[in-house]
Design a protein. Sequence first.
Length: 327
Amino acid sequence: MRPDETGIEVAADLLRAGRLVAFPTETVYGLGALATDAAAVAAIYAAKGRPARNPLIVHVPASEMAATLAEMPAAAEALAQAFWPGPLTLVLPRRLGGPLADAVSAGGASVGLRVPAHPVAQALLRAVDGPVAAPSANPSGRVSPTTAAHVLDPDSGLGGRIDAVLDGGPCPVGVESTIVAVGASGAARILRPGGITAEALEAVLGASSEAPVSPVEEGALGPLISPGQFASHYAPRARLRLAATEPRPGEWWLGFGPDPDGVDPARSLSLSPSGDLREAAARLFEALRHLDVQAAPGEGIAVAPIPAEGLGIAINDRLARAAAPRG
Ligand code: TXA
Ligand code: MG
């Protein structure tokens, strides 16, 4: 559906009636259901083939609604103030007796909350005027969608399993939100690198003197981990070889920066010829899909090294999961 006034109204009515509607956010497309409707939330798990122990992010139009659903320790307030609306999810202690379906927390005592900045997501959430649970709109374990066509793809998407998708064009950030858990004590920890960099988080957390914060860690996630962060995820069919210096015979090439000698333009794509990490993040999932479709059975994809800084942390995280052995 087009995301005009009528499209937004129809989508909001569908959600309020317990149906599934995919919509664009600035990171990736989400598969939405009313977060207060247990049957609708169960339908998300069924459509994605998602394990029941993997909780969902609840999307709200503004931080006022977030504060009605979860405790907001001072560090969470500071992060919300700095990065909402935007590509940040906060995992917070859930308020008891609230309106959310239990399944959004997968039986846990926390809830992941996000205020997306995308104008279509904002318009939809305001029209619904309630919390909307939305995982990435892909079958569980597969590459996240950054266009409406990806969402509807009959092979790698959810075509035939959902009620509608609002088409807002390609998602500008291209990798999912950064997930930060903030406990009741105010200690903060990154559970998933994403669209907001660790440096940006540290700049805010370091400045909030009220709440002591443990150092924000990347990579080694410590005892806390998002249940959805299984090693193999974002998986294309073709095998990936990371930090490659050049393609081997039979390999496709996914470049970053200037290509090495001998790369066949007909068998390669670049995440960013100029070596720009934002551009690379925005193109990542589309590029993986594109090469995966073209690669013949048994052919692999060699990926150029991506600098491990800023958005490169999130890009390398998704590439590592896409390359991991399949379970
Ligand atoms: O950018 C995004 O975050 C996108 C858009 C649609 O908002 N959503 C997204 O959702 O990536 P999903 O379900 O694909 O990934 C959410 C991750 C999962 O790894 C899940 O385990 C984790 O967030 N998560 C959600 N709630 C959590 C909670 N209460 N505690 C720990 N991890 C949680
Ligand atoms: Mg996902």
